[in-house]
Design a protein around this ligand. Structure first.
Ligand code: NAD
Length: 254
């Protein structure tokens, strides 16, 4: 019996795929047989590097520069996938940013607005245009990247936590709204993952995060990608509206 990848023949897009978890997803989705992966990021060289890695491993990928907080970019992104691959089977709405950590009363308005624009409005825009296309396809599967901060408060990252709580609201609403259309919508809630977003933090804070993490280590992007790939695959055919912690028990202890 030949081996069948989780995503054999599927085509779709991954946002924030020029780095970290998104890159991990793009590489794993291609490895699992995806016939085309559109790699989206504001960081064009990062997106190109991810696409290059996929092509070097024998997969098919296209890099596109797009800002998920801009409706015109997101609409164009979906048009590019459909132009390149003919349809949209999966989407991973993963692009996200953090803001300067600190108590809520010291959070700057600009920082709050930007984190909401990218992490929350960006996910809504992606869902909007992806679902429009999936309705034409006759179905599809979407995974959004929320966070463990979507499931608990984060006193030093209130804007970030609020944006990620909002992602769960969008995911549950979209899941229920398209039950009859064969479109499944889920999210993963990563624990702390070893990516540039985290490596940019103060070393003392990284050490604290490691110490607080059950298992005593940060997750790797590929461990998030495994969950996203399964949720996007037909093997998760009865799973929708779920916020799946991928945190080695962190939220279980809360
Ligand atoms: P990362 O910084 O390595 O990657 C995020 C990518 O998103 C970057 O390449 C960045 O250029 C891109 N991006 C930022 N704004 C964008 C925009 N407006 N449009 C398109 N692309 C944009 O970070 P990561 O850790 O891989 O984070 C990926 C997702 O996972 C984010 O949504 C983040 O909030 C979430 N997350 C990360 C962790 C963690 O510990 N690293 C934990 C929980 C959730």
């Amino acid at each position: 019996m030949g081996s069948v990848g989780l995503l054999n023949g599927k085509v779709g897009l991954i946002t924030g795929a020029g780095s970290g978890i998104g890159r991990g997803c793009a590489e794993l989705f291609a490895h699992e047989g995806a016939a085309g992966v559109l790699v989206c990021d504001t960081d064009e060289p990062g997106a190109q590097e991810t696409a290059r890695r996929i092509e070097a491993a024998g997969g098919t990928a296209t890099a596109v520069a797009a800002d998920v907080s801009r409706a015109s970019d997101v609409q164009a992104l979906v048009d590019v996938v459909v132009g390149a691959y003919g349809r949209l089977d999966f989407a991973v709405n993963n692009a996200g940013i953090s803001h300067r950590n600190g108590p809520l009363h010291e959070l700057e308005e600009d920082d709050f607005d930007r984190v909401i624009a990218v992490n929350l409005k960006g996910v809504w825009l992606c869902l909007k245009y992806e679902i429009r296309q999936m309705l034409q396809n006759g179905g599809g599967a979407i995974v959004c990247t929320a966070s463990r901060a979507a499931l608990r408060g984060a006193p030093v990252a209130a804007g970030y936590s609020a944006s990620k709580h909002g992602v769960i609201g969008l995911v549950r609403s979209a899941a229920l709204g398209y039950l009859e259309d064969g479109i499944r919508v889920n999210c993963i809630c990563p624990g702390v993952v070893n990516t540039p977003l985290v490596r940019g933090l103060d070393p003392a804070r990284i050490e604290l995060l490691e110490r607080q993490q059950p298992g005593g280590r940060l997750a790797e992007p590929a461990e998030m990608a495994e969950a996203a790939a399964w949720l996007c695959s037909e093997r998760a055919s009865f799973v929708t509206g779920v916020a799946l912690p991928v945190d080695y028990g962190w939220t279980a202890g809360s």
